[in-house]
Design a protein around this ligand. Sequence first.
Ligand code: GRF
Length: 320
Amino acid sequence: MKSINKLQQKWGVGQVQFWLIMTTFALGGSLSGYLNKLILKLVFLDKNLAYWLIYPLLLTILWPFSVILVSFVTGQFSFFKGYLGRIWGRLSGGPSTMGSKMGSETLGSGHSVSTSPIHVAIFASGAGSNAKKIIEYFENKTTRIKISLIVCNVPSAGVLDIAESKGIPTLMINKTEFASTGYVESLHNADIHFIVLAGFLWKVPEVLVHAYQPGMKIDSSVVNGKVNTARGIINIHPALLPNYGGKGMYGSRVHEAVVAAGEKETGITIHWVDAHYDEGDIIFQARCAVDASDTPTTVAEKIHVLEHQHFAPTIESLLK
Ligand code: GRF
């Protein structure tokens, strides 16, 4: 059971998808064995030495094709395209011709412009209204930016329903492992390039901050022979940092503090994530008035409007 969980985390897939993948492996394996015997039977009259020498070679060639064929039926084509692409990339030590990360156009000048997707993981612990807005913003656009994974630490979080309704894989994380490994391997295996914290309440461990510093290599991600690199981690905070930030300043607590202090304005801050709460460099801020009649609840509503309006376009401009 433990090893099943480990594999699920490594591949960044939920339980249902995990079993579909295992079924694909099993059926693909059987199909390649069957085809292998069929072909050999047609070529060789008896099982001589040549038969047994060719047997494993042909099986190795037939296996990926059989698995890909079955993956169409089980709905796991994307997973296997990436999986086999990574194996091929490692074996050839060069460009992956099967992987989902493949993709570039060569301009007349000889410069290469990547057309491969930029995979984004959204980390969220709550309702996920920001996650939903971001998903919807990019799903109807012609863009390289793909929201490929929702990472969550609360089993009852609304964001999980959103992920399910949008068909986006989820990764449930636990605090001990998050603090020690940052789930870097799982994120690399899911080919995640960029991380967005949208209402995620745990502190990001240094190991993850380090692994996703812009320019850090993503081991499993190879495009045209080049190892792909991380694009960073960003967070949204519901106040104008550096005010009303830091440990314990989240959700309604922020708006309560803003109203209690009699602030005349508040706003949102989108910033890079470092190993300290709410201290990374500021990327974007937007402001709104706090009126005398405002309560923490009405301030929260104004903040959500700003967040929904600006978060996705900010992500887009960072990943251009
Ligand atoms: C947002 O206000 C965000 O600024 C804060 O948590 C809230 C998440 O809201 N970090 P939702 O779950 O996206 O609706």
